[in-house]
Design a protein around this ligand. Structure first.
Ligand SMILES: [Zn+2]
Length: 309
């Protein structure tokens, strides 16, 4: 190195073969270089700081967002479970509603059964009730009601039905009592020897009206009540001999004549088929037979029109 000028630096490059090269450096250049490096370092430091701060902030933001996302996910799950709960409750409610409807349908079927039975009984007993059509229409209306509405209505209908059936039972009971009282049972086994109506008097004296029928059999044959009723006469009657009279109902009464023996007393309740006397030939009689009369509204009628054929 050589010094041409003190204020200047000089770098000399010496290659092996070629000419020597000399580079002159201004004295401020190294200082400027150092200053540049320092400035660059400072810039680098600040930019690094800025980048790392930004990164950190971004990381924090990311974490925040992750947290919010997780929270939202949790809330969504909760909402879903609430939704499921509601679905369950709704399906439970629907099941209850269906159950209620089933019960209503069941009750409805039961009512129909009761009404069918009632109609059969009415038919058997020969009852015709005006209330029947209204009962059917009410039942039809019940089926068209909403479940909530019909549960209340059902109770009303059932209560009404109960009262109606109580009345019906009384009615049926009366009806059966009436049917039991009708004198349509044969009063004795035997041969029909004389019919109801005009005939020649077996004792002579011209035509005479026969107010009953004659059934002939051996003495002591059972004489039975033709229907249920109350004995109104038990004793001897002119021409009829030993006689029983029974009042059956407001319309019908019967008379059993020429008996050998009486087995019931006045005031006694008798059932249809109950033995009330023994066949004989007392009174104005040509032989052992039962003279049987049926009176309707106080007038004698043809017993054969009444008796079961
Ligand atoms: Zn007679």
């Amino acid at each position: 190195m050589e010094h041409n000028d003190e204020s200047k630096l000089c770098i000399v490059i010496v290659p092996k073969t070629k000419k020597v090269r000399r580079i002159t450096i201004e004295p401020w250049l190294p200082k400027a270089l150092l200053g540049g490096i320092a400035l660059f370092s400072i810039l680098l430091y600040f930019s690094y700081n800025w980048i790392s701060t930004s990164t950190h902030r971004l990381e924090e933001e990311y974490e925040d967002k992750t947290y919010i996302t997780r929270k939202l996910e949790g809330e969504i799950e909760e909402l879903e479970s609430i939704g499921k709960d509601k679905d369950q409750k709704i399906s439970n409610l629907m099941a209850s509603a269906e159950e209620a409807q089933d019960k209503i349908d069941e009750a409805d079927l039961l009512l129909k059964d009761v009404e069918r039975l009632q109609r059969q009984l009415e038919k058997k007993a020969g009852i015709t009730t005006a209330s029947r059509s209204s009962m059917v229409s009410r039942n039809l209306a019940l089926r068209n009601l909403e479940p909530k509405k019909s549960l209340g209505d059902l109770k009303g209908v059932l209560d009404e039905k109960e009262k109606e059936l109580e009345n019906f039972i009384v009615e049926i009971d009366n009806r059966f009592k009436y049917l039991e009282s009708i004198p349509n049972g044969w009063p004795a086994h035997g041969r029909l020897t004389s019919r109801f109506g005009k005939r020649r008097d077996p004792f002579g004296g011209g035509g005479k009206f026969h107010k009953g029928i004659d059934i002939a059999n051996s003495p002591g044959t059972d004489v039975k009540a033709a229907g249920a009723g109350v004995v109104t006469f038990a004793g001897s009657k002119s021409g009829y001999g030993r006689t029983i009279e029974i009042r059956h109902n407001s319309e019908h009464s019967t008379l059993y004549a020429h008996n050998s023996k009486l087995l019931v007393k006045v005031g006694e309740r008798v059932k249809r088929g109950q033995v009330i006397a023994k066949m004989g030939s007392t009174g104005r009689s040509t032989g052992c037979h039962l003279h049987f009369e049926v009176h309707k509204d106080g007038k004698p009628m043809d017993p054969l029109k009444m008796l079961n054929q």
